[in-house]
Design a protein around this ligand. Structure first.
Ligand code: COA
Ligand code: ZN
Length: 307
């Protein structure tokens, strides 16, 4: 088991895409600039999707051009199609994160594509990226369950991962889009993917919709996963998945791992400082817990009667 995990901060993409209000571009850039020096391996800064589908991220190019890139941090963009690849390459992103769904119902609701249709387009998308210095990752939504279809069989996900590998994708992210996964399921599927595809970088993308987010992250870690997506404050959700709610909270995940002696590379105190400012940016309270409770190192004075 590794003593270092790598965290991809996805609040600027997964978080801001579902906010009721458009977050001003300058606020997005300022938040990413505040997150950049904190030790994240990656920051998913935006997505290059149809602005009609995701109006909140219509300013992706301005965000990528506006941020100060920290050496050592990979700046990622989520992408559904060829046009997204072209737009992202024009901005010099470090990682193209192709998105598809394991279940055809969610694929059609979110992307107007079945899994087969997405996989066919990925071939053209990989070809477009040829010759560019970018990491190619694919995120598989509804990999642990679909809000329309229910169960998504592990065999189907494993087949998709194999087809992604054959198409030249270097990494794969298993996404629990609406928090349907349980720890045993996460451990089993991750162990299978790691065993069959040791050459592909495996990431877990978990939502805390049913309170199982951190338990699922721990189960993944114990199965050998070293890469996790997480969102500041626990923001997030797919606008085309009914019942979706926030990602595993970055500062809560970092806190859990650091408490266990598993290094994240992330400066938790400074991250909590940035998290404190998040409600003012989004205009509402956010689910993160450690920012409210303080870390496990927090101490209170004894009741006066016991002193
Ligand atoms: N960037 C910008 N514009 C894009 C685009 C992209 N990557 N892909 C398509 N468009 C534009 C087209 O140019 C076209 O514009 P027009 O109406 O002005 O001519 C319009 O969007 C429709 O294009 P089409 O190819 O027919 O797409 P679609 O309507 O079938 O939608 C997707 C398919 C994939 C583009 C759309 O569903 C999408 O962007 N989904 C993203 C969902 C998402 O990000 N969910 C959250 C993350 S899980
Ligand atoms: Zn998500």
């Amino acid at each position: 088991m590794s003593a270092r995990v790598f965290i991809n901060e996805v609040a600027p993409r997964d978080g801001f895409q579902i906010e009721r209000d458009f977050i001003p571009t300058a606020d997005k850039i300022a938040l990413i600039d505040a997150l950049s020096p904190l030790g994240f391996a990656k920051i998913e800064a935006s997505s290059f999707t149809s602005p009609k589908a995701i109006p909140n991220l219509a300013d992706a190019a301005d965000v990528f051009h506006g941020i100060r890139r920290q050496p050592g941090v990979d700046y990622v963009a989520l992408i559904p199609n060829e046009k997204g690849v072209e737009r992202a390459l024009a901005c010099g992103v470090d990682e193209l994160n192709f998105v598809m769904s394991a279940s055809d119902s969610h694929g059609r609701a979110n992307l107007r594509m079945t899994a087969d249709q997405s996989l066919a387009r990925f071939e053209a998308m990989v070809a477009l990226a040829d010759g560019h210095d970018v990491f190619l990752n694919a995120s598989i939504s509804t990999a642990f369950g679909c809000p329309f279809e229910g169960v998504v069989r592990a065999e189907r996900v494993l087949e998709i991962v194999a087809r992604l590998g054959a198409r030249g994708l270097q990494g794969v992210t298993l996404c629990d889009t609406t928090g349907m996964a349980n720890p045993r399921q996460v451990a089993d599927l991750c162990a299978d993917v790691l065993k069959r595809h040791p050459d592909m970088a495996l990431t877990l993308h978990l939502h805390n919709t049913r309170g199982m987010g951190l338990a699922n992250a721990l189960a993944g870690y114990q199965a050998g996963v070293m890469r996790f997506d997480a969102a500041l404050g626990g923001l997030g959700g797919c606008p085309f998945a009914p019942g979706a709610s926030g990602n595993v909270c970055s500062e809560d995940l970092v806190h859990m791992f650091e408490q266990m002696g598993v290094h994240t590379g992330v400066d938790l105190d400074r991250l909590l400082g940035v998290a404190e400012g998040l409600p003012a940016i989004v205009g509402h309270d956010v689910p993160g817990q450690v920012v409210k409770a303080g870390t496990a190192q927090r101490r209170y004075p004894l009741p006066a009667s016991l002193r």
